[in-house]
Design a protein around this ligand. Sequence first.
Ligand code: SF4
Ligand code: SF4
Length: 755
Amino acid sequence: MPSFLALIHDDQWLKWGRWTLFAAVVLLAISMFAVVVQRRILYMRLGVPAVFARYRRKPQSKSGFSGQVLGHRKLLNDVRSGIMHLVYFYGFIVLQFGAADLIWKGLNDGVPLPLPYYNWFSLTQEMAVTLVFAAVLYGAFRRYGERLPRLKRGWKPSLVMWFIGLLMLTILFSLAFERLAQAGQPGMVTSSSKPAAHLVKASYAPVSGQLAMLLEGTGIQPQSAAARAGFELFWWLHLFVLLSFLVYVPQSKHFHLLTAPVNLWFRRSTSPGRLTPLNLEDEEAESFGAGKVEHFTQKQLLDLYACVECGRCTNVCPASNTGKLLSPMHLIVKLRDHLTEKGAAITSKSPWLPAGLWQSKANAPYAHVMGGVLPAWETAYEGGTTIEPTMAAQAGAWSIREAAKPEEVELIGEVLTEEELWACTTCRNCEEQCPVGNEHVDKIIDMRRYLVLMEGRLPSDGQRALQNIERQSNPWGLPRAERAAWIADCESRTGIRVATMQELRQQGKKADILIWAGSMGAYDIRSRRVLYDVVRLLDHAGVSFATLGLEEKSSGDTARRIGNELLFQELCRENIETLSKYDITHIVTACPHTYNTFKNEYADFGLSPDVIVEHHTELLARLLTKGLLKPVHTIDERVTVHDSCYLGRYNGTYEAPRNLLRAIPGVTIEEMERSRSNGMCCGAGGGLMWMEEHSGTRVNHARTAQALEVRPSVISSACPYCLTMMEDGLKALSADEKVIARDVAELLAESIFGE
Ligand code: SF4
Ligand code: SF4
């Protein structure tokens, strides 16, 4: 009677048995994979139908898509992680062919696929396996050796490393045992004189060849039954790990392997500065904003399953960095967990297969809520910038509530706290860093919209600012009638009388450019000084300009970012009416928030897309290039540039302020470690200019401290909010005697006009 080992290769029935078993497990795994994917699609479809065609990338944007998917452009912001991920990405593509070949060999007595240049193919596979295995070890080192704060630790986040590591090891052992099984002579594993005809030459199998020699050293003889059994064992192990991984992928953050490219393809093609308008006249609408997870669009829900939990968003978030509870990664992950649990409850289809194996808890019903303790959070936060207390707090708070029905869990309050929603400055750095194209800000604003429009729930200082805007069209509630007072003040200080559009019309004249003072420019004494310098510079360059005076109103940006879409739309329509009345074709403003909403949002409500909207730095930079402005006086200052989020990340304007500074004799620019697209917010965006921070350190203090690290004499900005925040920060850090905060226009004016 033949031994079991002999049966393995010699018996025809065993070969067919192997084929049958192989087909069965593969079919089972693929069908499980399809079911879990289909269930998640079902959950996403609970959202508001998204017209995906609207999101489709314009042809010219495809390079951005391929740059991100194929080139890992965003992942390479962290070069080491980016390279590691590139190795995984391309390694796995290469290894698909090797996996097919290995499986084929296992089913056909070691005969490989009929591929050309097979030796070279084999060498490529060995190199890919080695590199991917090295990447796994490096990934483990980053998570547990370097202990990067943005990365989660524990068995679940590490499972993928085990999967990939085991996949690579089982390939190498399969190949090594294959060499042993097919070698011609004992002791000649790598250079046998009579190997099987299809055995790869030793020099093309450097890793598996060495491993085979080691195995031979342990006493496993070439061409022995033990060698064949070893191959069989590792071949099946490889198949088992591969298929388990296949089933696991859609049940974990690794679903991003499928969803991230789709998410990137359908990412927003309009400006990031444009929030989707609410149709407030929709009489059928039961609510506005997002008060339940199903209120998000299907595209927004796709974001949740695209998240890879890399923590890059939290790592740069000004709220997470200054001891607030908000963490954009946890925002996405908590929404995803909630969607999965609620989706399963609504559809009665479990997301887990095999049920109970991958899920957090086997016994239903249960639901994750923000119910746990907030360990080491506010007390652990010691100032400066660190995300660790926030990461720990989120991990501790997101916990299972026994016997809770997921469909009864409140989105706002139990999944996300109001405190988290009101901590967001809408700086968009989370989106800027996200490698899978997730959009966090629109979700936060949608939930704020629900709170404000449906529940009337918002912080009292935010409520006061909205009431003031409603009544007096400015956030302080200063008299509406004083909005034009800056014109007379400007004249007395500069000798330049800024005409209003109305005055010009009465005189039968027109101006080329409308200067939009904005609430800060019109009312705030410090911001007025910037506005006056802009006026002086435009006058000096011979530009024809006028303003609206009392006809100007709040742009509505603050109202919109706080969530009061109704107030925003009213202000927007009234402003558009005024702009149309005077046939305004060109608007210039010193406020990036006003600039952004005019440039990207007003068109949705009827402002002609032909109206040119410029920030003052853009216009001044053009005038400089044309030779209409000539800085002559030397300003010996060491200047650092604080980028406004709404100018930079929202509208891509980083160079205009710097070009102005470069043109000033004597100025040296010292860039902060976090600048341009990774610049940290001053803390005033998203309506937070008008709301108090209640935990951690103030964002503007942390940002000012970052600026002071490069030892500047001037912190320059191009935004009235940033200027205020930097000045306050300098006072708070007792640095205001040595360092001053100035708008770029002020420095330019000083260089052109002298002191
Ligand atoms: S927009 Fe800025 S503050 Fe808001 S979550 Fe993103 S990074 Fe944080
Ligand atoms: S949202 Fe994006 S950046 Fe944040 S953890 Fe997920 S994948 Fe990473």
